[in-house]
Design a protein. Structure first.
Lengths: 316, 350
């Protein structure tokens, strides 16, 4: 059992008993390999359900928006950055939250494991330190966990929660020497036609299920632009124009707000690399404003403040 | 009925010959998964797949289809008249469909072809389609077909059942259409007794590998309001993010939206997949939404499959246990677990 599991249960027990919170948002054991399910625990007799492992990739900040109650929430580095953004955007108040910070070693990408297994069906997956053990009907593989992390985890530089009330373990060393934007530079280097083709191919298999949007803790508009029906802004067909409009507008709404938590990409049933849209925006915000979304709780984000020395040369 | 054995290297020849007279759809490699596609070459079909990511319902019920076109031009003789847009409704064969996915077509037939109303395109496509099933020798860990009244070698919705054997395929005609497809095939030979028994043992092994996780039958007798008001929906709904993954991947989810798109003075009327997970699905013109809460939407999906459909049609449940929603739900909501709670006879998956 992961060391955090006991700590999460202990904290949940204590916080519920002391009536500090109305509930605890964490994970419980999933029903299939390499998945854990978000769960809301209200009573002390349910805290044994809470668990922690490398399959807790869902961003739990997604369950905080516009809550009325007081909750404890388990937060990885990325989840905590999204909480900071939600506080800045007044989606929840700090006094409603008790943050159980989880220094994170990265989350397993089950798609990478599926690809490695080449059609063999995993029945069980367990972790042991740096290794991941996956077994099925007539096979067992032990692999280096690091090689099967979500793409965003492999380049993450904020594994430790940036905001918390207590930590579930010692801070983990942040990854050094990470090149976060190698893929973005590759796209930037393309000619405009090639780049257009690249993004068209990327979203060709989109089925417009909106899992990417709904998995995102920052997508909380009361009515999303794609759901506006009077008047309707975006067509609902699978015509490239409609699909493209959805993806471009979704991405642009993330400018200066995306933490690259990977929730969108993780949720996509079609395996579309949707982070390719938001990463460029994230890179621009960093290069133009020296800003990383959700890292600093104080102050306002660059795109909702005006400064005379703001860069302007990109406005054409 | 006609039963033949086709060696592995002869199967593309058989499919190729059938491609001369019909459009043939089959599972093909598509990115990191599989999808049913129109074959342009018989050897593109890949029968090593376990399950396609999207169900083949898109072949009968396209995700976005133009039904009619019209003109808004003043004085145009066609002004305001809906004209049917031609569709490809000619003969086709779906080669290698899983028995569960074929069963799903039967379940949806009951909804789209009724005494009162017939969906003309669903019906025409169904009538024009011959289903060659591929028995499921190694069901996935998310499969639960035997819990919902079908099975890995269920032939009841197929025209031909194909079983993969060590050296080739056993093809068994189930209907007259299936028999016509196989009749006189030079690629095949009459199946020997040992071939038949090999096929039988493949099927038995697969069936045995699938435990019955829950028994849906008692749901028929259970009062609807009791299920509707059950306390467990609160727990079930928490993790749901209300995306359309489960419904869009599901072979039995049939709901659609109708939209008009007008460009200048030309318009089209479209039919588009819709999802009960979306708030817009039930938004009334008045602004009222009878399912404005997530809990209501989540409950709807499960109640429709396991209770409303069953009560309305005396058939079902409207689930074939393909496991796609289990595999691809981004937050691990597991229909097997929910069905277990509904039937209160849960043997939770391990």
């Amino acid at each position: 059992m992961h060391a955090y599991t006991e700590k999460i249960r202990e904290a949940a027990q204590r916080l519920l008993a002391d009536k500090k919170v109305d509930g605890v948002i964490g994970f419980r054991q999933g029903t299939i390999p390499m998945m854990s399910e978000p769960v809301f625990i209200r009573h002390a007799d349910q805290v044994h359900q809470l668990t922690w492992n490398g399959f807790c990739g869902v961003n739990l900040a997604n369950y905080l928006v516009k809550r009325k109650d007081r909750v404890a929430v388990v937060a990885k580095g990325c989840d905590s950055r999204n909480i900071v953004l939600q506080l800045q955007e007044n989606q929840i108040r700090r006094d409603q939250l008790y943050i159980l910070g989880a220094p994170c070693h990265g989350m397993v990408d089950r798609r990478k494991v599926w690809a490695f297994l080449k059609g063999r069906d995993p029945l069980q997956a367990t972790e042991d330190g740096d290794s991941l053990r996956v077994s099925g009907r007539d096979f067992e593989e032990v692999v280096d966990r690091q090689a099967f992390l979500q793409d965003n985890c492999r380049i993450c530089t904020h594994r430790n929660p940036v905001i918390y009330d207590e930590l579930l373990g010692d801070p983990v060393p942040e990854q050094a020497g990470v090149d976060r934007y190698e893929d973005v530079r590759r796209v930037e280097a393309m000619g405009s036609e090639e780049r257009w083709r690249y993004f068209e191919d990327l979203i060709a298999s989109c089925i417009r299920c909106y899992a990417c949007r709904n998995a995102c803790p920052m997508c909380y508009c009361p009515t999303c632009f794609v759901d506006e029906s009077r008047p309707q802004w975006v067509g609902k067909t699978l015509d490239p124009t409609d699909t493209r409009t959805f993806h471009l507008l979704r991405a642009i709404h993330m400018a200066g707000r995306c933490t690259d938590c990977g929730a969108c990409e993780r949720a996509c049933p079609m395996g579309i690399a949707v982070r390719q849209f938001t990463k460029k925006l994230e890179k621009d915000i960093k290069e133009l404003y020296g800003y990383e979304a959700g890292v600093v709780p104080e102050g306002r984000p660059p795109l909702d403040t005006y400064r005379p020395d703001d860069p302007q040369d990109f406005i054409k | 009925m006609l039963t033949i054995f086709v060696p592995k290297d002869k199967l593309p020849g058989l499919i190729g010959r059938i491609m001369d007279g019909a459009r043939v759809f089959a599972p093909v490699r598509d990115g990191d998964g599989y999808r049913f596609r129109l074959l342009d070459r018989p050897d593109k079909a890949d029968f090593t797949y376990q399950n396609t990511r999207l169900s083949p319902k898109e072949l009968i019920h396209p995700p976005a289809e133009t039904m009619f076109s019209y003109s808004l031009k003043k004085g145009d003789p066609k002004e305001g008249i809906l004209e049917e847009v031609p569709k490809a409704l000619g003969k086709r064969v779906v080669w290698g469909i899983r028995p569960c996915d074929a069963k799903a077509f039967q379940l949806v037939d009951i909804n789209f072809i009724t005494d009162q109303v017939v969906d003309p395109w669903w019906q025409k496509r169904r009538q024009a389609t011959v289903l060659v099933g591929l028995g499921c020798a190694e069901p996935c860990n998310t499969c639960f077909c035997t819990s919902v009244g079908t099975g890995p070698f269920d032939r009841s919705a197929l025209d031909v059942l194909m079983t993969e054997l060590a050296e080739g395929y056993l093809l068994e005609a189930v209907t007259d259409a299936g028999e016509a497809l196989l009749a006189g095939a030079p690629e095949g030979a009459p199946a020997s007794g040992s071939t038949l028994s090999e096929a039988r043992s493949v099927a038995e092994k697969a069936e045995k590998s699938l435990p019955r996780l829950f028994v849906p039958e008692p749901l028929k007798e259970k009062p609807m309001t009791e299920l509707f008001q059950a306390a467990f929906w609160e727990e079930v709904q928490f993790a749901c993010i209300n995306c359309g993954t489960c419904t869009f991947l599901c072979p039995t989810c049939w709901c659609f939206d109708i939209q008009d798109e007008v460009h200048h003075q030309e318009g089209v009327r479209l039919r588009l997949w819709d999802s009960c997970m979306f708030p817009l699905f039930t938004l009334h013109g008045s602004g009222h939404n009878p399912r404005s809460q997530k809990l209501q939407r989540v409950r709807q999906r499960f109640m429709h499959k396991f209770k409303y459909y069953v009560d309305k049609y005396g058939n079902g449940p409207a689930c074939v246990g393909c496991g796609r929603c289990v595999q691809y739900c981004p937050v691990n909501i597991d229909i097997r677990r929910v069905a277990g709670m509904m039937t209160a006879s849960c043997v939770c998956p391990t």
